[in-house]
Design a protein around this ligand. Structure first.
Ligand SMILES: NC(=O)c1ccc[n+]([C@@H]2O[C@H](COP(=O)([O-])OP(=O)(O)OC[C@H]3O[C@@H](n4cnc5c(N)ncnc54)[C@H](OP(=O)(O)O)[C@@H]3O)[C@@H](O)[C@H]2O)c1
Length: 329
């Protein structure tokens, strides 16, 4: 397959607002040991891209400086020691960075097949949120069927994924979101109760149900002590972000007296092996649900690569419900 030497991409010209995202021409990346080169078709936009653009989230030193953590497309070249994929295969993949481009490299073990029956646009929405939700809710958080699960930011890319997966695996889902329309989307996706946090306090609602066995939080700030109040004895809380800030005053005696567990993680700095293991678990346990249509990514809107600043502004307005994608091909 003959490949061009250069590609269109979008770089972060300096830390700042959406306008610092600038179109550039870059050399094609080369797949290294164990890597594949993907010609992208669609690229998912995630909140971490916006945080990286604003200078609030550093890319790991070995990653591309270009933003973009997930894509769907076609494998067009493979590096040494790759046996799982060959040129021509269609994949969706978790990326170390570099997704806002026509071509990107990633470890072969971080790519997954396009679920049967799913379009490339929807498939681009899967990796970042499904890797994050699977590893934090089911592996780290240990969510089990029948448990009460509270997820904040229920209408976000992460939230819409977490609601569907938790529901599919038999948990009772409670979600918070910032408008009636967002709450309606959460219940359509499988939440038993959606809580408009501008009008209702989630703490007494969860307490009346016996407390949350697991909380997935991306808000932080004053949600931290309120989450503790909303938790059941022996409950767990997993942090994946702190949109409202990472500091709070907390009575730690509650952790001891009610045997609570507080943990958290970020996906990007984890080892290639850890991400490969998450990919394997997703393929075995979650891909069949996507192929059966039991769950499906919720796409809010699509933009061209040239409209990337608009896509970021839309994400930061928090007007979206579900995922935002960029068309690169
Ligand atoms: N740990 C990890 O590995 C990992 C991986 C991926 C993403 N994340 C994090 O997970 C979060 C969700 O990511 P995403 O891509 O799904 O983002 P997203 O779609 O932009 O969702 C963020 C949502 O959070 C809600 N929100 C609540 N408090 C907020 C606040 N103070 N500021 C802004 N928004 C607030 C907003 O909805 P309302 O209208 O309901 O407020 C917004 O829609 C982000 O914080 C991201 O950094 C973590």
């Amino acid at each position: 397959m003959s490949l061009p030497e250069e590609m269109r991409a979008v770089e972060i010209s300096k830390p700042g607002g959406p306008d610092v995202l600038q179109p550039v021409t870059r050399e094609l990346p080369q797949p290294g040991l164990g890597e594949i080169l993907i010609r992208t078709e669609w690229v998912g936009v995630n909140r971490p891209d916006a945080l990286q653009r604003a200078g609030l989230y550093k890319a790991p030193p070995e990653a591309s400086d270009l933003p973009g953590l997930e894509a769907s497309g076609e494998v067009v070249a493979i590096g040494p020691d790759v046996s799982d994929w060959k040129p021509g295969d269609k994949v969706c993949a978790l990326l170390p960075g570099g997704g806002y481009a026509e071509y990107v490299t990633t470890p072969a073990a971080h790519a997954l097949p396009i679920p049967a029956g799913m379009g490339m646009r929807e498939a681009a929405c899967l990796p970042e949120t499904f890797f994050t939700v699977w590893s934090n809710v089911f592996e780290r958080g240990g969510l089990k069927a029948g448990e009460r699960f509270l997820v904040h930011g229920g209408s976000s890319g992460i939230g819409t994924t977490a609601i569907q997966l938790a529901n599919a695996f038999g948990a009772r889902v409670f979600a918070t979101a910032g408008s009636a329309e967002k709450c309606a989307a959460c219940t359509r996706l499988g939440a038993e109760r959606a809580i408009n946090y501008r009008e209702e306090d989630f703490v007494p609602i969860l307490r009346a149900e016996g407390g949350a066995d697991l909380v997935l939080d991306m808000v932080g700030g004053d949600y931290i002590p309120r989450n503790v109040k909303a938790m059941a004895d022996e409950g767990r809380m997993v942090f994946i972000a702190f949109l409202q800030g990472p500091k709070a005053e907390l009575n730690f005696a509650q952790i001891m007296l009610r045997r609570l567990t507080i943990t958290g993680s970020t996906l990007r700095p984890q080892s290639d092996l850890a991400k490969a293991r998450i990919a394997e678990a997703l393929k075995a346990k979650v891909w069949p649900l996507l192929e059966a249509g039991t769950i499906a990514p919720l796409v809010d809107s699509e933009f061209s690569l040239d409209e990337v600043a608009k896509a970021h502004a839309h994400m930061e307005s928090s007007g979206h419900i579900g995922k935002i994608v960029l068309k690169t091909a």
